[in-house]
Structure formats: structure tokens, C-alpha cells
Design a protein around this ligand. Structure first.
Ligand SMILES: [Zn+2]
Length: 223
């Protein structure tokens, strides 16, 4: 009798166990399916009404569906922190590709935990030079058409971003164009055209495309 009861109660447990397993699977799928997204940080797509109180190029960019950004990057755009030339360049890119911008000024760190200042800190290539992020003249793009820049340097979409930048006239084009080494090499741009080619810098840009304007006015580009 006792054994029979035991059997019955374990039979009754079956649907409960199945329910628990299904619930766990759902939770795991949700968590790990989105893990890549979380690891790369959130990207909010531009939309109508996202730029209340903002005018000009920043407004247009914030309302462009293809333009995705982290909350801190959105705040910088809204706050007028970002250089107009950089806004225009991002608009040109976003007209053709979906990009996710991680940082302009806010939340950009050369060294983890050390707040950025006006100069590139010691321990980083080109230490002592002006930090273009600090002046709102630089951007880091982490994703192109939904793919991370890391590991996709020769992806046609990621390469097309480089082609688009190359076609911008020299005095409007960024003069700090850096990205993963295979991306830079495949595009074949020169330093006269704004490409940063030294190995140290490339080493620090395996997972993002950095576009910057070194000077407040004009660029160093001669071609
Ligand atoms: Zn950068």
C-alpha cells in the first residue's frame, strides 16, 4: 500500500517537474539569447520624438532609425556635447547602415576606472596628445548592422562603413579613423586621408571603429 502511494505521488510530480524544466529553459534562453547584447551594452534605436528640445543635426540623427546609441551617447547628443562634423559624418553612415554608438565623451575611458581628461593618459599609445573624446570630437562605433565590430573587420557591411568615410571630402572627413587591423588593411587608406595605421593604436581598436577630429576647426587631411 505504502509503495503504491509512493508511485502515485511520483506520477503526480511529473507535470510539476516538466513545468519547472520548461520554465528554466525559457529563463536560460532569455538570459543567454540576450547575453551578446548585454555584453556589448544596450543600443537604443533612433525614433521620432527621441530628440525633444534638440535641434539641428543632432535632432535628425536621434530620429534616424538606423542610428542606435547607448544611453550616455544619447545624452551627449542631446546636451550638445558632440561636434557638428561628427554628427554629420554619423548621419552619412546611418543613411546606409545601422550602427550602434557606444560613447562620445560620457563614459569613455582610456584606462578602466580612471576618469578621462583633456589628454591621452600615460600607459596608452600617443599619451600626452589631445583626447578627442573629451572634447566631443570622437565616437566609438561597436556594432554595424547588428554585428559586433570585433571579429567582423572584413565583413562587407563593416568595410562599407570605411568606404563611405573615404568618400567624405578631406576637410569634413575625420582625421582619426581607426578600427580592427584587418578592417584598416583591407580598406587601404593612408595617413594623409585620416587613417591611423600604427600597430599600437590598432591593437586598442579590435572591437570598435573610432572616428575623431583632432582639431577644433579643420582637419589634418591633405587628400
Ligand atoms: Zn575612441
Amino acid at each position: 500500500m505504502g509503495r503504491l502511494n509512493k508511485k502515485r505521488s511520483s506520477v503526480r510530480l511529473v507535470p510539476i517537474v516538466i513545468a519547472i524544466v520548461l520554465l528554466c529553459c525559457t529563463v536560460l534562453l532569455l538570459v543567454f539569447g540576450d547575453l551578446g547584447r548585454f555584453a556589448l551594452g544596450p543600443c537604443t534605436a533612433g525614433r521620432e520624438g527621441a530628440a525633444e528640445g534638440v535641434s539641428g543635426g543632432a535632432k535628425e540623427l536621434l530620429e534616424t532609425r538606423n542610428f542606435e546609441a547607448s544611453p550616455r551617447a544619447i545624452e551627449d547628443l542631446k546636451g550638445g556635447v558632440v561636434d557638428e562634423r561628427l554628427v554629420a559624418t554619423l548621419q552619412t553612415i546611418a543613411n546606409a547602415h545601422r550602427i550602434c554608438v557606444d560613447a562620445f565623451k560620457a563614459g569613455h575611458y582610456f584606462l578602466p576606472g580612471v576618469p578621462d581628461g583633456p589628454l591621452i593618459p600615460d600607459g596608452y599609445p600617443d599619451a600626452g596628445l589631445s583626447n578627442t573624446h573629451y572634447y566631443g570630437r570622437a565616437v566609438d562605433i561597436r556594432r554595424v548592422d547588428g554585428k559586433p565590430v570585433r571579429g567582423n573587420g572584413t565583413d562587407p557591411h563593416v568595410l562599407d562603413i570605411g568606404d563611405i568615410i573615404s568618400r567624405i571630402p578631406p576637410q569634413e572627413r575625420p582625421d582619426q579613423i581607426i578600427g580592427p587591423e584587418d578592417w584598416v588593411k583591407a580598406l587601404g587608406g593612408s595617413s594623409e586621408e585620416g587613417w591611423i595605421l600604427n600597430e599600437d593604436e590598432l591593437e586598442h581598436h579590435k572591437d570598435h571603429i573610432h572616428l575623431g577630429y583632432i582639431k577644433k576647426d579643420g582637419t589634418w587631411n591633405t587628400r
